[in-house]
Write a new protein. Structure first.
Ligand code: ZN
Length: 378
């Protein structure tokens, strides 16, 4: 067990107030008849159950509370257009609606979206100032699909991009690395950093899941930023072994060459084996080990500066345990709490310990694609 580290934790009950409503179908403009609605997948329960699990396990006692604050319009405008920010405000003032493509806001969602972005910023402040060594931001609504001028995929403002730009503008950080392990591609983050060599972006995701037109292997960045968008599309069913192999064989050598001064993670626990929206079969142990690799990168290059920001995760029974494993890794402690899907059983799945043939092929293709930008891969 590693030495205990001071770890910051951002959370606020106001995050529970953002209500994306009910979901009757993926397309909400269908005419009758349709079956009974279900609660929206991006509802309040993920971050609430995560907080309860931290309380119940006692791990909360090992964390330092970092208070979130509201991002200002100027903070949000470091990525989003002012026209879009005003549109979100107007949609909420009018009682709520879609902020773009599948990113619903309710009447009171605007200030909560500002508090989500400000939560990621506060985590950056706490880490960079040395108040804590690492931090986890348990925030919502999520951010990584949000584009400059529209919400997408349950995301209103791109929290991780706004936090990265804040680190660069307010803390003198030059080189930021973002790794997105959400099962979906981080299209908004890719878009924000596409021509920017100061922000290295990795997206590990299920190949062509959502949005299908982003996160493709040939999307490598452009201009000065060519090679600094690193897409790692993996086949469905990849599992812990393939994710770890992709991190060790692609992410770590590139990070060594880039030498980030701050490491941010867009953490989607929707790559878990129990997720209703993803098919990537990660276990709590996979999340624990991926976090350990991020700590290694941050300790080696970034004076330990690591901020993990909550994105998706739709198994309300299992995803909070994946988050617990992440935070246990950040702290360097194991609570030993029993999991709803015991690891002993999950370890029998082939993808737990072995990279499948399709995973090997995908990782080889990724290495070949990026070798001309990053000689360490050659
Ligand atoms: Zn996702």
């Amino acid at each position: 067990m590693s030495e205990q580290q001071q770890v910051g934790f951002v959370y606020d009950d106001r995050y529970l107030q953002h209500n994306p409503g009910l979901q009757r179908l993926w397309s909400t403009d269908s005419d009758l008849p349709f079956v009974e609605p279900t609660i929206h997948p991006s509802n309040y329960r993920l971050v609430m159950r995560t907080k309860h699990l931290l309380d119940f396990s006692g791990l909360i006692e090992s964390l330092s509370r970092v208070a979130p604050y509201m991002a200002t319009v100027d903070d949000i405008a470091r990525y989003h257009t002012r026209e879009y920010i005003e549109r979100v405000q107007r949609i909420c003032a009018d009682g709520g609606g879609d902020t773009g493509e599948g990113a619903p806001a309710a009447a009171d969602s605007y200030p909560i979206a500002l508090l989500a972005a400000g939560g990621a910023m506060a985590a950056v402040d706490a880490v960079v100032s040395g108040e804590v060594r690492r931090a986890f931001a348990n925030i919502r609504p999520p951010g990584h699909h949000a584009m400059q001028d529209k919400g997408m995929g349950f995301c209103i403002f791109n929290n991780v991009v706004i936090a990265a730009r804040h680190a660069q503008a307010s803390h003198g950080i030059e080189r930021v690395m973002v790794l997105d392990w959400d099962v979906h591609d981080g299209n908004g983050t890719q878009d924000a950093f596409y021509d920017d060599p100061t922000a290295l972006f990795f997206s590990l995701h299920q190949d062509r899941l959502y949005p299908a037109e982003f996160g493709l292997l040939d999307q490598v960045g452009e201009g000065e930023g060519a090679g600094y968008t690193v897409n790692l599309p993996l086949p469905p069913g990849s599992g812990d072994a393939a994710y770890l192999a992709a991190i060790e064989n692609v992410v770590m050598p590139i990070a060594d060459a880039f030498e980030p001064q701050l490491v941010l993670v867009s953490a989607g626990q929707d790559a878990s084996t129990a997720d209703p929206l993803g098919r990537m079969c990660l276990t709590t142990e996979g999340y624990r080990r991926m976090t350990a690799r991020m700590i290694e990168i941050a300790e080696k290059h970034a004076d330990g500066h690591l901020v993990i920001v909550q994105e998706g995760g739709y198994s309300e029974t299992y995803a909070p345990y994946c988050t617990l494993a992440i935070i246990e890794a950040l702290v360097g402690e194991r609570t030993g709490i029993a999991e709803p899907l015991p690891l002993d059983g999950l370890r029998l799945q082939p993808q737990y310990g072995h990279v499948g043939a399709s995973g090997e092929e995908a990782i080889a293709a990724i290495r070949a694609q990026y070798a001309s930008y990053w000689p360490g891969l050659g």
